[in-house]
Design a protein around this ligand. Sequence first.
Ligand SMILES: Nc1ncnc2c1ncn2[C@@H]1O[C@H](COP(=O)(O)OP(=O)(O)O)[C@@H](O)[C@H]1O
Ligand SMILES: [Mg+2]
Length: 381
Amino acid sequence: MPCFSACFGKQTASPLEQAIDIEEEVSSIQNIKIYPYKELQIATSYFSAANKIGEGGFGSVYKGKLKDGTLVAIKVLSAESRQGVREFLTELVIISDIEHENLVKIYGCCVEGVHRILVYGYLENNSLAQTLLGDGHCAIEFSWKKRKEICIGIARGLAYLHEDIQPHIVHRDIKASNILLDENLTAKISDFGLAKLIPAHLTHISTQVAGTLGYLAPEYAIRGQLTRKADVYSLGMLLLEIVCGRRNRDSRLPPKEKFLLELAWELYQEQDIVGLVDASLNGKFSLNEASRYIKIAFLCTQAAPRSRPLMSDVVNMLKGDIDVSEMEISKPGLLSELSRTYKSTPYESSIGSGKPDDVFLSMNEMSCGTMTFTSIEDGRD
Ligand SMILES: Nc1ncnc2c1ncn2[C@@H]1O[C@H](COP(=O)(O)OP(=O)(O)O)[C@@H](O)[C@H]1O
Ligand SMILES: [Mg+2]
């Protein structure tokens, strides 16, 4: 831990003592690189506006170049996200250990003074939100084959978080801007485990629901009931977006078309799936496969969490190893309907970024005291 002392040096009257104390307590964190703040300042030209690549619910993201030439994405957590160094590092050690082809790699962090900064590998091709679903021109061609690979990649990454690591991780914010693409357009999920880095007493974690409107599973949005199946719901919404090449909500469209899941369900019942698939594919896709993918999206977004498949099954369904043709589906759980019912609740009130897409629903009146974010209750899935 070469820069440990440097990171804590300025914190108290007896920096050496504290550094030694913290070093002992977090002895398991050798595998996390601790970056001095100065190094990250230099890497980002002093966090210049030109290097800023995004802003999300937890803070700002900058592109940076480290001393050794490595390109990184530097996420500066906002003031609300501060917590003690020890707690922060203890949580970070869990996610920094995780490695998978479809998960964004975290390189390390900076915990100097009040700063809480995460350093990730930089992904050249940005997020699905900006490329496939963005408003501007996109040079990437998302062929049907590529879309299938992306869907399978995301599903594999999420299956890994849900089923292959202990304790399991519920992502809580699966959405197009958290799917990044590397130079080969391999999909990588970002921001997993991030909720764990935010102190419960400072933010929404223990009393509110965090997520993004449009992707939120109804039972999570309304009752704060968090299981892996809430992620499966969000994944289903994302699958639909990838096949259809549009966002799950688009207020510019006529009322009937605004909500993608609602529209898709209607067309599916009328057996008019062709019109749903992204027109930019110019018909170059297999209708059978597209129908299958849309059906899988419906399975994932079923109203009852129990009716949604496990992520490992979703992977096999997408690959065609599990046949979904005979599977019964009922109407998906539509949050748009619920939001009409619950219009008086603060659905659009957001904390953090202030972006209308981030929704933090106040759950104060609801019972979610047992919500945990790394472990989940299998019985409730
Ligand atoms: N590792 C990364 N590589 C490249 N771009 C990234 C990376 N992480 C985040 N970004 C960009 O920064 C933006 C903001 O990220 P974030 O703070 O996670 O907010 P959100 O996920 O809500 O968009 C993302 O939409 C993406 O464009
Ligand atoms: Mg993100």
